[in-house]
Design a protein around this ligand. Structure first.
Ligand SMILES: O=C(O)CCC(=O)C(=O)O
Length: 280
């Protein structure tokens, strides 16, 4: 593992704020290829799930566990992501890929995400250590206030896990704690250009508003855990297998398969969704 892929300042910022943004993390050519695949790949489209937000607006995502030899697999297994993640996780053990999801916020209809911590979902999977869990969002289109970019409460990962209940078909954080956090810490709109990446801690409070603009807001979010972080209530497998790292060039130059063999999440298989009373 190459050390010092991130600067000391980036690592300090992550520890203090719970997130860092890396501008131009992916090149324009990489984004063209990733976004082109996201839009065209049949498997991605067929496996998209619609989740209702609190206002009944649909928020669409496709989620899979094992990173393969498709262009998204090459991104999520790339040296640039894995080295960055390895330096931010609180563990010396290898980086494993929990899951990736393609977030598809369509113009005018793309729904909101309520305030939550990712660990608000993942402690139900009984992952033990939130400091060993991280998400990396790569913007496939520009994301701004108008089309519902991610909002975070800077430093809120230091609160520890707050209670979560259900919000529409999502999991939502206790709003008393969220409002306390908003009175105490800064709300930050993470506006990203296509190709920028946001690395964020599993206890960082975040949300996004509906996309009421004329433009799509698509991104990929890949979630990683250290191999030392055991999940006692998780039936998928890739979270315990060290990522088979590929060079960054793989994204543009290696032959890529379709995602047709990917182990996509089905709505009926997700315990958090079942608990919301969602019915097929
Ligand atoms: O993509 C978004 O707007 C929010 C997604 C999110 O909060 C999540 O996946 O945890």
């Amino acid at each position: 593992m190459i050390k010092n892929y991130l600067t000391k300042e980036q690592k300090n910022d992550y520890r203090r704020d719970g997130y860092i943004i890396i501008k131009n993390f992916c090149s324009k050519n990489e984004i063209d290829k990733l976004y082109g695949t996201a839009v065209k790949d049949d498997a991605m489209r067929k496996n998209a799930l619609d989740l209702n937000d609190q206002d009944g607006k649909k928020t669409k995502l496709s989620l899979w566990f094992t990173p393969g030899n498709d262009v998204f697999g090459y991104l999520t297994r790339s040296k640039k992501i894995i080295n960055g993640v390895a330096e931010l996780l609180d563990s010396q053990s290898p980086v494993c890929h929990f899951h990736s999801k393609l977030m598809q916020k369509e113009p005018k209809v793309g729904g909101a995400w309520e305030w939550h911590q990712d660990y608000g979902y993942w402690y139900k999977n009984q992952f033990m250590f939130p400091d060993q869990l991280i998400s990396v969002m790569v913007a496939l289109t520009d994301a701004n206030k108008e089309n519902g970019c991610l909002q975070v409460i800077r430093g809120s990962h230091k609160l520890g896990r707050v209670n979560h209940g259900f919000a529409g078909e999502q999991v939502g954080a206790d709003m008393v704690m969220v409002n306390n956090a908003l009175k105490t810490m800064d709300l930050v709109y993470c506006e990203l250009n296509a190709g920028d990446a946001l690395f964020f801690h599993s206890n960082l409070l975040h949300r996004s508003e509906a996309n009421l603009s004329d433009y799509p807001r698509w991104s990929i979010i890949s979630c990683y855990s250290a191999q030392s972080n055991l999940a006692y209530n998780e039936t998928s497998e890739s979270w315990k297998i060290p990522v088979d790292i590929v060079p960054d060039e793989a994204i543009l130059t290696w032959d890529a398969t379709s995602l047709s063999d990917a182990d996509f999440l089905k709505k009926e298989d997700d315990p958090a969704l079942k608990a919301t009373g969602w019915e097929k």
